[in-house]
Every structure is written in structure tokens, then in C-alpha cells.
Ligand binder design. Structure first.
Ligand SMILES: NC(=O)c1ccc[n+]([C@@H]2O[C@H](COP(=O)([O-])OP(=O)(O)OC[C@H]3O[C@@H](n4cnc5c(N)ncnc54)[C@H](O)[C@@H]3O)[C@@H](O)[C@H]2O)c1
Length: 278
């Protein structure tokens, strides 16, 4: 159901690779809610993924850009403003990649060149997006910028590896830039800390199926899906959340506030049953 929450608004969506991508779902909902959007991803991801099909089907501009390249970002913002006919009202940063995760380097045997790339792609790119937008004065007052994070920024999650460090930095950038952008331009900056979700990036994490299952059982409302995450993003892009800024907002069915659940207690006790028999 559409509420026209983004009628008249213009946005840039980073990170739609294929129909599993959270950014893909956000792009769909933005269109449903009446926004005009520009999609962007790297040349390689555009070639390898399906975002070009989405763009063609929905008649949406698709502009290649590496989110770590200031030059690419400058061109992206300039072209987006030309194509959309004005300044931008919202941005989704849905970008992450770790070569240490991909190449299965454990956290106590990191490749430091890979670590630099993880931080650049998954966290510093968010700063670059914000800084470029501000320098070009590319955003309207009361605009909204959202990046996607994960609870591993606060709590150690087995096998999340150097992405945890990147997410901690991402959330810090939202606070630090949110202060300046809010004070000077009335633009809000937030991160959404999303449940584990089956996507190309998510599936790269070792033991991801078990993580999803564990989170599902531990969360009183169950895991939040990519579609539900998209709904939450829409509220943050809309005028209904104008005073929400510099926050890391958990969208995880309650997982982040749980310690011990009835189910986990039950399972824990069961694991001692054989021992007690002895
Ligand atoms: N899937 C999950 O379980 C989960 C949970 C919490 C947060 N997140 C976050 O959500 C975001 C989106 O990931 P997803 O799960 O939809 O996976 P995805 O693989 O669909 O999206 C990741 C995107 O990052 C893009 N990307 C990588 N390097 C880039 C670069 N240099 N410049 C521009 N784009 C680049 C990829 O092309 C891809 O489109 C990420 O920040 C991820 O960490 C995912």
C-alpha cells in the first residue's frame, strides 16, 4: 500500500546489486511512495548484477560510481541533480565489502591492505558521500541520509570479522557528520542496524545460516526482512521523522536488547541432559 510519503522528493540509492539487495527493496518502495530516484553502483556490479534491468524496467537513471572515489561521487551528484531537476532530498548508503571475509582471513590473521579496503568501502565511503554532498550543496534542507549497519558494531558476532570495525566507524561517522550537517543545513544523518538478511553481501559471512536462525529465535518479533527494512528507510526519508538524527536505529525484531530468551534457556538446559544422566 502506498501513502505517497515521498511525493516530490528526489533521492540517490547506492548498492542495489540484485533483487535480494536491501537497496533494491528500498528503491522499489521509494518509487511506490512517489519519489524520483537515481540508482548507482560500481561499473563491475552493474555489469555482473541485475540493477540495469531494474533501471530499464522502471525508467530510472543508473549512474556508475565507485563510492570510494571522490571524483566519481562529484560526477554522480552533479549528474543526479541535472537528471532529477534539482537538489537531493534523501540518500541511501547500502554499500559494504570485506576482502578479508571473502578470502576467509580470520580476525587474528588479517591482511592489512584488505582491512584498508574494508574500511574505505564500508565506512569511509559514507563520509565521502556526505562530504561531497555538502561541498556541492547538493541536498535540500530537511534532507535525510541513511546508511545500513549491523549489531556487530556494538557486540562481538562470531565470524563478522573486520566488518565489525567498519560498522563501528560507519555509525560514528553518522554522529560526527550528523552534528555538522544538522547544524549548518538541517540535514539528518542516521544508521539503521538491520537483522541478518539473506543477500549477496550477507551470505559471504561464514556460518551465516546459523546466525540468521539464532537471531530469528532470539528476537521476540523475529528477524526483520529486507522489505521491512525498506519500509523503515522510507519513514526516515519522509517528513515524519524530521527531528531524528545522529542515531543508530535498531531494526532487528528486538534482538539487540535480548540477553537470555525462554527458548535459549530451554536449549541450554537440554545441552546438559546427557551429562546429568551420567
Ligand atoms: N545482509 C545482511 O545481513 C545485512 C545486515 C545488516 C546490514 N547490512 C548492510 O546492508 C548493506 C547492503 O548490503 P546487502 O546485504 O543488501 O548486500 P548486497 O551485496 O546486495 O549490497 C552490497 C552492495 O555494495 C556495493 N558495493 C561494494 N563496493 C562498492 C563500492 N566501492 N562502491 C559502490 N558500491 C559498492 C555492491 O556492488 C552491492 O551492491 C551493507 O552495508 C551491509 O553491510 C546487511
Amino acid at each position: 500500500m502506498s501513502y505517497n510519503l515521498l511525493k516530490g522528493k528526489k533521492g540517490i540509492i547506492f548498492g542495489a546489486l540484485n533483487e535480494m539487495s536491501i537497496a533494491w527493496k528500498v528503491a522499489e518502495k521509494c518509487l511506490e511512495e512517489g519519489a524520483q530516484i537515481v540508482l548507482t553502483n560500481t561499473e563491475l556490479s552493474i555489469r555482473m548484477g541485475q540493477v540495469k534491468d531494474f533501471a530499464a524496467k522502471n525508467n530510472v537513471p543508473l549512474i556508475p560510481a565507485d563510492a570510494t572515489s571522490e571524483e566519481d561521487l562529484e560526477q554522480l551528484f552533479s549528474k543526479a541533480m541535472d537528471l532529477l531537476g534539482g537538489k537531493i532530498d534523501f540518500i541511501l548508503h547500502s554499500v559494504a565489502m570485506s576482502l578479508n571475509v571473502r578470502k576467509k582471513r580470520p580476525y587474528d590473521d588479517l591482511d592489512y591492505d584488505f582491512l584498508q579496503k574494508t574500511l574505505d568501502i564500508s565506512a569511509i565511503s559514507f563520509h565521502k558521500v556526505l562530504q561531497t554532498a555538502k561541498k556541492l550543496d547538493a541536498m535540500n534542507e530537511w534532507g535525510s541520509v541513511v546508511a545500513l549497519s549491523y549489531v556487530a558494531a556494538q557486540r562481538t558476532m562470531f565470524e563478522y570479522n573486520d566488518m565489525a570495525d567498519a560498522k563501528a566507524m560507519l555509525e560514528s561517522i553518522a554522529r560526527s557528520f550528523g552534528y555538522i550537517y544538522g547544524r549548518e543545513k538541517r540535514i539528518r544523518v542516521n544508521t539503521i542496524s538491520q537483522s541478518p538478511t539473506v543477500t549477496t553481501a550477507g551470505s559471504g559471512i561464514k556460518g551465516f545460516d546459523s546466525l540468521i536462525d539464532f537471531a530469528e529465535r532470539m528476537s521476540p518479533l523475529g528477524n526483520a526482512s529486507a522489505d521491512e527494512c525498506a519500509n523503515y528507510c522510507i519513514t526516515l526519508f519522509s517528513d515524519l521523522t524530521r527531528k531524528v538524527t545522529m542515531q543508530n536505529l535498531f531494526h532487528d525484531g528486538g534482538f539487540s536488547s535480548m540477553g537470555m530468551s525462554y527458548r535459549a534457556m530451554h536449549q541450554y538446559n537440554k545441552s546438559f541432559e546427557n551429562e546429568n544422566d551420567k
